[in-house]
Design a protein. Sequence first.
Length: 579
Amino acid sequence: MQKKIQQCQNCQKDFIIEPEDFNFYEKIKVPPPTFCPECRMIRRLTWRNERALFKRTCDKTNKSIIAMFNPEFKGKVYDHDIWWGDDWDAASYGKDYDFSKPFFEQYKELLLKVPLANVGNTNCVNFPYGNHNADCKNCYLVYASYLNEDVLYSQGASSLKNCVDTYSIVKSELCYEDILSDSLFQTHFSYNSGQSINCYFLKNCVNCQDCIGCINLHNKKYCVFNKQYSKEEYLKIKKNLDFGNYKILSDFKNKYTDFVLKFPNKYVNIIKSSDSTGDNIMNSKNTKQSFDIYGDNKDTKFSAHGGWAENNYDCYGFGASASLLYEGVDTGIKAFNQHFSILTHSCLDTNYTYMCYNSKNLFGCIGIRKGEYCILNKKYTKEEYEELVPKIIKHMNDMPYVDSKGRVYKYGEFFPSELSPFSYNETIAQEYFPKTKKEITEEGYFFREPLKKEYKTTLKSNDLPNHIQDVKEDILNETIACPNNGSELTLCTQAYRIIKDELNFLRKNNIALPRFCPNCRHYQRLKQRNPMKLWHRSCMCDKENHEHKGKCSVEFETSYAPNRPEIIYCEKCYQQEVY
């Protein structure tokens, strides 16, 4: 089959469906998409709330709980332990399929009736404030993370201990403000670096020790701004760079930001992978237009934040021995043939599921555990199920759901965003594709006004002590005003507090107090990573000592937009510049 140019029914821009895409759609028996890859990703992300937490009441016990569902959401929400208990059954909410109205209207009705778990945490101890985590202990405001202990204000953390304010780092200890890095020890303010010890402000560095303000270094020690020093010289410089002093820290950040712009960056961060495009991909094969993919992944496209999987399209938060997944969010774990799934794990042969586990042969179900042959949560025999599903698919095509912006949802489309229990600004769609309130509403998404907070701030962040060693214990009683004053683009909480474990960490590591709330700090980290988009560009290298004559002619797909200030090199030219 030839490639096809299709117009996206959401943004009206053209996109290409390649022959291998058609092969995948034929394999799983779904029609080609009518939304472009970016609009499909945004639509999926509007169903994933990681960081917005609220107080509401458990609809089973009437106890106060912390939930990812806003109190304005009219559906039922159970405490996590109650939801996983045996004294209720999601199948009891089953309903007959109604061929007089669209499938998604019926699904919305079911979504408001079947109880949902308040958060997506599993096996977490002493960890009341967080979401979508597993096997974590003594953590606070940590999200989408796994196997951590004593970690604060972090997202995408894995196998960390005693770390604060991190984004997507793994196998590290005693780290602060690190991003997209691995195997760090007592290393702070670093980006895309690994196997390093006792460092500050690294970028694209590997196996460094006692280095400050460096970029593109491998196997180095006692370097400052890429310049080699003796141990004695280095220690003297380090002593003067007192990062416990907020002014010194801020001035150094500005100097370092200007410094790294003088050095080249590799066009993508793809490591030990073949025939792959995207960014932040490791140990993968034939993984295209995908981002943040880690470990034994192959034959995947249009996906993000996953790994250990094969033959999957259009997923976010997926993997762990999973195959033939399509259009899913938080899906996988020994899964097969899951289509249009949210928070669904260890299932096979399912369509349109939300919060389902260890089940098979489901269509349009919510909250089913260890079930099979269910449609809209109603149990059928195998023969009844196999007879009814094709009729429902035909009905979805004959009587499609049409949303408020006129977008048509036949079988093969993911859940409409307007059915999501979350508003756009509560989800990670806002993190990776930030929009103002006006943009959100004009584009047909739902904006929910943040709940009014009656904070009585007792201190402005500008009035915090300049040096961490001058901070007294009574700081723990202060309510500090965030300078962003409730910015909708960063979900600013307007005020924040310093907690005891955080203060102890900052004192121990001699780092100044933060001047912004945790949400604003998270968005500052997000700004440092490249977006989950690709642009066609050429290598910017024109050095005469490289093999090419004049400017390098290599072209590539990169997540560095053309208007970015960084110098971007192809793989070969970049390797010749790494120290």
